[in-house]
Structure formats: C-alpha cells, structure tokens
Ligand binder design. Structure first.
Ligand code: ASP
Length: 374
C-alpha cells in the first residue's frame, strides 16, 4: 500500500508540475525573444506524433536505445528490467549489485563532466552573446522569472492542497516544518545531499520513521517536480528562441517525456539540464538550445531542487497520515471483532453454566427420590 500510493502520488504531481510549467510558459512566452541562433547548429527535425512517441518508447532490442542515446527507451527498458529483478527475487541479487556498481561509476563520470561544464558553457554562450548583444541577459532573466513563478505556484497550489486534504496537516505547519530542509536544498542544489535533513524535518512534523525512510530516498531518486517544471519552461523558451511554435501533440509529448525524464534525473546538481536534451529530442527541438540556458542553470537548479524535496516531504506526510488512518481503522475492526467474540464466549459460558446447574438440580432431585423410595 505504501509503495503504490507513493508511486501514484509522485507520477501525478510530476505530470501536474509539467502541465503548470507548460501553461505558464505558454502564457508568458511573449516575453521570450526570437534570438539569432546561427552560432548554434540546428537542423529542423520532423516531429513525431504523440501516438508514435508512445509506440516508440518500447525499443526493438536491448542494445539500440543505448547506442542511439534514445533516453526515453533507456528509461522504459530500465523500468522493465527493474520490475523483472523484483519478480526474480533473491536470485537477482548479483545483478542488483552489478547495477549499483555501474551506477556509482557513471555518477562519477557525470561528476567529472559537470566539473568541466563551466568551460563548455562559456564557449557555447560566447557566440550567442556576440550575436545578440546584451538583450540575451534580459531574456534569461525572463525565463528564470517564469520558472520561479511556476515553482511557487506548484508548491503553493499543489502541495498545500494535497497536504491539507490527504495529509490532514495545515500547509502553514508543513512549510514551517520544512523551512530548514528547503533552505538547505536551495543552497546545495542536491536532493540527495538534503536527504538527512529532509528525514529529520518530516519526523519532526510527525511523519512515521518507517514511511519517511522509504518515501524520501525513493523521492530523492525518482520524484523531481521542480525538474519537470524547468524542462517544460525551457522547452517553450528554446522553441520560442528558434521561432518554433509547438503543437498540442508536442506539448503532450513534453508532459510525458518530462515526467519520465525527471524520474531518470539523479538528485545531484546539474543533472536536470543533462536530461533536458531528452525532452527536446522527443519533440524535435534543437538540443543545442540548451546552451541558451546553461549559463544560469545553477539559479534554475536551486529553485527546482527546493521544489523536488518539498514534493518528497509532502508525500511522506500524506502516506504517513493515510497509514495511521488505516492502522486505526484496522485496530477498531479488531477491537469490534474481539468484543463480539468475548460476548459470544460469555453467552456460551452462561448457557453452559445454566445447563450444568439444571443438570445438577435434576441429578440431586433424582437422588432425593431414590433415597425416599428406599
Ligand atoms: N539538482 C536537482 C536535484 O538534486 C536535480 C536537477 O538537476 O534537476 O534534485
């Protein structure tokens, strides 16, 4: 029950987050300028329909998604293999160990690449600024503003509502309790780094340790609402900069891919930007456009990580509350059953003692009669 509720909550809130990001970015895209993007190479690709995207997420074979860098297929494959490992059970333990080791190795590779990224971003951004002049700075400020508006809306609307209705907690109490973890996430830009503090905040707010220690680490790995918002907003921004208008089907595809991409995003600084390429690819947008936002990625990242960990905590509070309610209902049912059973036992005892008394009376009467006769 804990696992199912957690996964459903994570998926629904992430889809909500991407939708908010796309809606607000579309409403405000007038602020985004069409830039001179000649410094960035881009060949207009044919965009695929939503149905094709759905069908194409299932790979033909095991190798091609990796060699073609088709991230959507890689994620779907990982999910299928993960479920299969769970079903195989104990026997699959060596595979789990090997996958964990590979994960550590690739995370190290990503860390090394991210260390070099400032130089790469500098080189990518120079030609764009040379072509567009200082107005690019203003446009970056506008896309940052739109992203932060979406972050705040998502936290205030979605989490307040779910925490109040499903978690039985006042949103004010929730945000007050979460303040230390939110501040830490904002400054560290790492969900994984914030995990210990997030656990502490959730326990201080009354979430059960059993629930938090399952929901929060899982959330730090797969639940990234802020990242999904960022990917939605940046897709619209990059499309606007290239003078491309996205169709409703492409928007739906972005909701689907950003939800999946955020699941595949690691809870470390900068990982969301790496996954943005997958979202752009899925609707045929130029991956090179990432250069436009890469220079200020850290500022995006601080906000999106704060949203990410707040989403995880809201889930811990909600699942804890639902679990408590369920336990209380179960205890009530058990107490009722016990009462009913003890009532029946008492009645049975009464009947037995009554019949025993009757039997005794009959026997003593018979003995008396016999004695009188003799
Ligand atoms: N830094 C984010 C996190 O740790 C991931 C991202 O880059 O979107 O949650």
């Amino acid at each position: 029950m804990i696992g199912g509720t957690t996964i459903v909550y994570y998926l629904l809130t992430t889809a909500c987050a991407t939708t908010i990001g796309l809606l607000i970015a579309n409403l405000m895209k007038g602020m985004f300028p069409v830039l001179s993007t000649s410094g960035l190479e881009y060949e207009q690709q044919e965009s695929t329909s939503f149905m094709d995207t759905l069908v194409n997420i299932f790979p033909d074979n095991f190798i091609s998604p990796m060699s073609d860098a088709n991230m959507l297929q890689v994620i779907v494959m990982a999910l299928i293999i993960g479920f299969a490992i769970i079903l195989v059970g104990e026997k699959a333990a060596p595979a789990v160990k090997a996958i964990n080791v590979c994960n550590d190795i690739f995370m190290k590779c990503m860390e090394m690449i991210l260390k070099l990224s400032p130089i790469g971003v500098f080189c990518l951004l120079c030609p764009v600024i040379a072509e567009n002049g200082s107005k690019i700075i203003g446009s970056l400020a506008s896309v940052l503003l739109v992203a932060y508006i979406c972050y705040v809306l998502h936290v205030v609307i979605v989490y307040s509502t779910t925490v109040r209705t499903l978690g039985g907690m006042s949103p004010l109490k929730f945000f007050k309790g979460m303040a230390p973890a939110m501040l830490f996430a904002f400054s560290s830009a790492s969900s994984v780094g914030t995990l210990p503090l997030n656990l502490e905040c959730c326990e201080n707010m009354g979430a059960s340790k059993e629930v938090s220690s399952f929901v929060l680490p899982l959330g730090a790995t797969i639940n990234m609402d802020g990242t999904a918002i960022y990917q939605g907003v940046c897709s619209i921004f990059i499309a606007a900069c290239y003078g491309i208008t996205l169709t409703p089907t492409q928007m739906l595809t972005i909701v689907l891919t950003a939800t999946l991409a955020s699941i595949g995003t690691a809870g470390v600084p900068g990982a969301g930007m790496v996954m943005l390429s997958m979202v752009l690819q899925s609707v045929g947008l130029p991956v090179e456009g990432i250069a436009l936002v890469a220079g200020v990625d850290r500022i995006f990242d601080m906000g999106r990580t704060t949203v990410n960990i707040t989403g995880d905590a809201s889930c811990a509070v909600i699942v804890s509350h639902l679990q408590e309610k369920r336990n209380a209902r179960r205890a009530r049912k058990e107490a009722k059953k016990n009462n009913a059973e003890s009532g029946t036992a008492a009645m049975k005892n009464n009947t037995e003692s009554e019949s025993a008394a009757m039997k005794n009376n009959t026997e003593s009467a018979a003995m008396k009669n016999n004695a009188e006769r003799n």
